[in-house]
Ligand binder design. Structure first.
Ligand SMILES: NC(=O)c1ccc[n+]([C@@H]2O[C@H](COP(=O)([O-])OP(=O)(O)OC[C@H]3O[C@@H](n4cnc5c(N)ncnc54)[C@H](O)[C@@H]3O)[C@@H](O)[C@H]2O)c1
Length: 240
């Protein structure tokens, strides 16, 4: 059993459920499920609440895949309880992001709009191509399921940030096209185009396991870090 006991905020959501199911196969110890009061009905042998602090003695670290507002609330509770948190939620406003950044001064906090090793490894190539192919036009296309609330996706915004950083430009100058299709877990295309050729970095998530894996792995890693604001890149560089 991995040592650090986990509370999942957004337990009954698509990602919360994917994380819980994977935790059972891999011996991660999920002990607390947090979600809206009306969703709290389960035969599982876990502690459930609509308030993270209620079972604060039963977990060491929080995984959040909920919505921006409940995530900010969870972060504030983690600050009070002095517990680490790994966050997959996307769609934060600038104001909400600032609250997360400030919380990173007090607790270990990992913020990853994409928790998959595949996308995060692709970001390295995207950064490299953005520099070497500085004369190429670059654009991003993303497709997700119809229930996704934020648009463009957090991952597309992250890709834009990586390109802008590599080219010393602004992420808002990069064209992002968003599509919503029934059942699509997540496709991202980063397209580098000249008048003579085209290079596409393409990532297609077949299911949510890749994100659940990242959430579980980073939950154990963040538990060992000092207070700070971390990204999946920090985790990836530390373990490789
Ligand atoms: N970082 C990644 O790799 C990654 C991957 C997939 C999804 N996401 C993001 O994760 C978030 C969740 O995605 P999802 O598809 O699981 O969404 P979802 O709508 O299926 O699940 C969200 C859950 O949060 C719960 N919730 C709402 N208010 C709450 C509150 N006050 N307290 C506790 N729980 C509350 C909802 O009831 C629901 O069960 C989204 O922001 C999505 O964009 C990130």
């Amino acid at each position: 059993m991995m040592n650090n006991k986990i509370a999942i905020n957004g337990f009954f959501g698509r990602m919360g459920q994917a994380i819980y199911e994977l935790s059972l196969k891999q011996n991660f110890d999920v002990t607390v499920g947090v979600d809206l009061k009306e969703k709290l009905s389960s035969n599982l042998d876990l502690k459930f609440s609509d308030n993270l602090s209620e079972h604060s003695g039963s977990f060491d670290v929080v995984i959040d895949f909920s919505l921006p507002e409940p995530c900010v609330k969870a972060v504030k509770e983690c600050q009070k309880l002095n517990k680490p948190i790994t966050i997959g939620t996307t769609g934060f406003s600038a104001e909400q992001k600032k609250i997360l950044t400030d919380a990173g001064k007090e607790i270990p906090l990992l913020l990853a709009p994409n928790m998959s090793i595949g996308v995060n490894a692709s970001l390295r190539s995207i950064s490299e191509l953005s520099k070497v192919l500085s004369g190429y036009d670059v654009s991003i296309e993303e497709t997700h399921h119809k229930n996704k609330l934020d648009s463009p996706s957090g991952t597309a915004l992250k890709i834009a940030e990586v390109i802008a950083e590599a080219r010393h430009s602004s992420p808002s100058d990069i064209n992002i096209k968003s599509f919503r299709e029934e059942g699509e877990v997540g496709v991202h295309k980063t397209i580098f185009r000249s008048s003579d050729d085209e290079i596409i970095i393409y990532h297609n998530a077949y299911n949510r396991t890749i994100f659940a894996q990242g959430a579980l792995d980073t939950s154990q890693w963040i538990s060992k870090q000092p207070a700070g604001l971390y990204t999946y890149k920090d985790y990836m560089e530390d373990i490789s």
